[in-house]
Ligand binder design. Structure first.
Ligand SMILES: [Zn+2]
Length: 292
């Protein structure tokens, strides 16, 4: 069984919110050489076809700009057994708590995604506490992007990306996460360059999970580091029950990133990971955190 804990739902509304001065969604998709996303229902159906083609049971779909939670909610509503709804949220926004309530209560989304480096706040700022508190009240998870942050679509559209990477520190995640022991926390890409800090954070805080998604090209910052080594160390420190397989798939026609799956299966085989541990990483842990 395969569950993908990290896919981006690049809806029409996502494109329009991301680049409001660039024409409509179809025009932006044309510039990017992407398939036009169409309606959220159409895009959700496209995803289901794609997951079926690759034998993927369930996937987290991330609304990838604040304000697009509704698109993911629509896709999830049509395929509740295939999708789990995640949404990007900016706690510096004016109606942050109302938006969170809407997403959790009204739209039934299951994880709020924070990008402190993108939105320019510290994780120990008072605006972050209500995010964890409301996630706790609604049985939701918190995803916190740490480390290096490059958003391919922003680059391709020439959008300014003046991110402050100092703000995405796994150690700061641990500090707030320890206050909310009911809330599962996900740090993607093994900390995306803050690998050691992500391990320290997960070691200190039992609710912290790491996702394995993307090509993990951040290993280039640590000379000699290999993805094999990353998996071996993560298994030793964090353990198999807190690692979540993900691909970071996003747009069509590229679709689901099967190469990432094949590579991670190969690596776990090569380092001798037990079958039960591999099953947990590739699907079981996701089902435990987000029961269908
Ligand atoms: Zn991603």
């Amino acid at each position: 069984m395969i569950n993908d804990a990290h896919c981006h739902f690049f809806s029409s509304r996502f494109l329009e919110l991301l680049a409001p001065d660039t024409g409509g969604a179809d025009e932006i998709a044309f510039r990017l050489q992407w398939e036009p996303p169409g309606t959220p229902t159409e895009l959700g159906d496209r995803w289901v076809t794609e997951l079926d083609r690759h034998g993927v049971s369930r996937a987290a779909l991330i609304a990838s700009v604040p304000g697009d939670a509704v698109s993911v909610a629509e896709a999830v509503a049509h395929h509740p057994h295939r999708f789990v709804g995640f949404f990007m949220h900016n706690p510096m926004g004016l109606d942050s708590e109302a938006a969170l309530e809407r997403a959790f209560q009204g739209l039934h989304l299951k994880a709020v995604c924070l990008f402190p480096a993108m939105h320019g706040y510290r994780l120990d700022d008072e605006v972050v506490e209500p995010v964890f508190r409301l996630a706790s009240e609604h049985g939701a998870a918190v995803f916190v992007h740490c480390g290096v942050l490059t958003v391919g679509v922003r680059k391709k559209l020439g959008l300014a990306s003046r991110f402050d990477l100092r703000l995405g520190d796994p150690l700061a995640v641990a500090r707030i996460a320890l206050g909310f022991p009911q809330v599962p926390v996900i740090i993607p890409h093994f900390g995306a360059g803050f690998f050691r800090e992500a391990l320290m954070a997960a070691d200190q805080c039992p609710t912290i999970h790491l996702d394995t998604s993307s090509s993990n090209s951040w290993i280039k910052f640590d000379s000699g580091l290999s993805i094999e080594h990353v998996f071996r160390t993560a298994l030793a420190v964090v353990g198999p029950s807190r690692l979540l397989f993900g691909t970071d798939s996003s747009f069509f026609p590229r679709g689901w990133q099967t190469g990432i799956y094949a590579e991670q299966q190969r690596i776990l085989g090569a380092i001798g990971a037990r079958a039960a541990d591999r099953d947990a990483i590739f699907g079981g842990n996701f089902d435990r955190l987000f029961p269908a």
